[in-house]
Design a protein around this ligand. Structure first.
Ligand code: SF4
Length: 389
């Protein structure tokens, strides 16, 4: 427990579940609360450990233990606090049994319900991956835990290790870090883009479909440290969704860390991360193509407006969409209308026409003011209708 306490929030930049932004922010909020508690009492209760985060899992929001097998690493990625040779990093290493039994104790006591396991690389990727998998095996088999397990895949892990990880985990992640080979080289010179990372994602995709393995797959990018553009990041994200069936791409706004080669670089605005997530959802859930996204000339997204609203301002403001006739794809272009609302509109049209804004509110369209400028109801602009009252 003391070692876990020393880990602090080592994996704060690695989302473990389906709602990365809330996970991060709640983590930071809880962190400050915990710091207050520690100052007052001098000790930490298990549930106050910074390595526990509220995570959206397929079974709802759960307190998940986000831990590393070791914070030592033989590699030297330029952005990373765990890079080899960084004296400010406190190096903590867990044995396989130790991590598994600690998780079991915390889980049985009700402090956590879910495990995210990552690691620095020591004695090579294969040895490190074995430790992650062995820990999860013990958690599953010896302790009989059936809840959420998310395992990191080390760059260069073997195919059999990928298979085993997919068999025992609910989710696996292998971080590409950069959207192209040259961007990765600038971030992490010792990582091999194609052979260590992309090939592993391809193997995972093949294994999942050939062996019907249900674990989902995600990846993460470090955003903004080495000139990467939103167009690069989102073009690759689109391919990963469409071709390798990734569940999600995470974006982590670069934040400089003392005593790393990037310590003097500027931090990436959090809003950029937010716009990337919004765009990524349009690609994944709304049937958009990367060409539809409103990039500026520098191939980045504008920060001051959300991408769907920017597109609607350009394309819909003078050609609003008739709610009573639009197909699902057209409905999904309207700000404020997501997949659930679009389906509800299509279903409701079988029995009645939409003639008032309240009809949209009644079927669950929440931010009606975002929707209003871009739609027609029975051939009329709804703001004109509102002005009658
Ligand atoms: S391999 Fe992972 S833990 Fe090691 S320096 Fe690179 S990013 Fe950090």
């Amino acid at each position: 427990m003391q070692k876990l306490s020393f880990l602090e929030n080592a994996t704060q930049f690695e989302p473990a579940g389906a709602d990365p932004l809330s996970e991060r922010s709640s983590d930071f909020q809880q962190q400050s609360l915990r710091d207050v508690n520690v100052e007052k009492s001098g000790t930490r209760r298990p549930q106050e450990l910074p390595c526990i985060s509220e995570v959206s899992t397929p079974r709802g929001k759960k307190p998940v233990l986000k831990a590393m097998m070791t914070t030592a690493c033989e590699r030297d990625c330029f952005y990373c606090p765990f890079r080899a040779g960084r004296s400010k990093t406190r190096r903590i290493t867990f044995k396989v049994d130790e991590m598994a039994s600690t998780f079991d104790t915390m889980q049985r006591a009700g402090h956590v319900d879910g495990l995210f396991l990552s690691s620095g690389i020591i004695k090579g990727s294969v040895t490190t991956q074995d430790k992650i998998i062995d820990t999860a095996e013990i958690v599953r088999k010896k302790y009989g835990y059936k809840g959420y397990v998310h395992l990191k895949i080390m760059p260069g892990a073997e195919k059999d290790q990928l298979r085993r990880a997919l068999q025992i985990a609910d989710r696996v992640s292998i971080n590409l870090e950069g959207p192209t080979e040259s961007r990765l080289k600038a971030l992490a010179p010792k990582k091999e883009y194609w052979t260590e990372l992309v090939q592993r994602l391809t193997w995972i995709s093949e294994l999942r479909s050939a062996e019907r393995l249900r674990a989902s797959v995600v990846t993460q990018f470090v955003v903004g440290a080495v000139g990467d553009t939103d167009l690069e990041l989102l073009s690759l994200s689109e391919k990963l969704y469409n071709q390798l069936n990734l569940k999600r791409t995470y974006y982590s706004a670069f934040s400089p860390i003392e005593q790393t080669p990037f310590e003097n670089l500027g931090a990436t605005p959090k809003m950029r991360e937010h716009r990337l997530y919004q765009s990524s959802f349009l690609l994944r859930d709304y049937g958009w193509n990367v060409e539809d996204l409103p990039f500026d000339r520098d191939t980045n997204l504008p920060l001051h407006i959300d991408p769907k609203a920017a597109w609607a301002e350009e394309h819909l403001i003078h050609a609003p969409i008739e709610i009573n006739h639009a197909d699902r794809q057209q409905l999904l272009q309207i700000p404020g209308i997501g997949p659930k609302s679009a389906d509800a509109i299509v279903a409701a049209r079988a029995t009645h026409r939409f003639t008032e804004l309240s009809h949209l509110s009644n079927i669950g369209v929440k931010n009606i003011e975002r929707t209003t400028p871009y739609i027609l109801l029975n051939g009329k602009a709804p703001h004109q209708q509102l002005s009658l009252f």
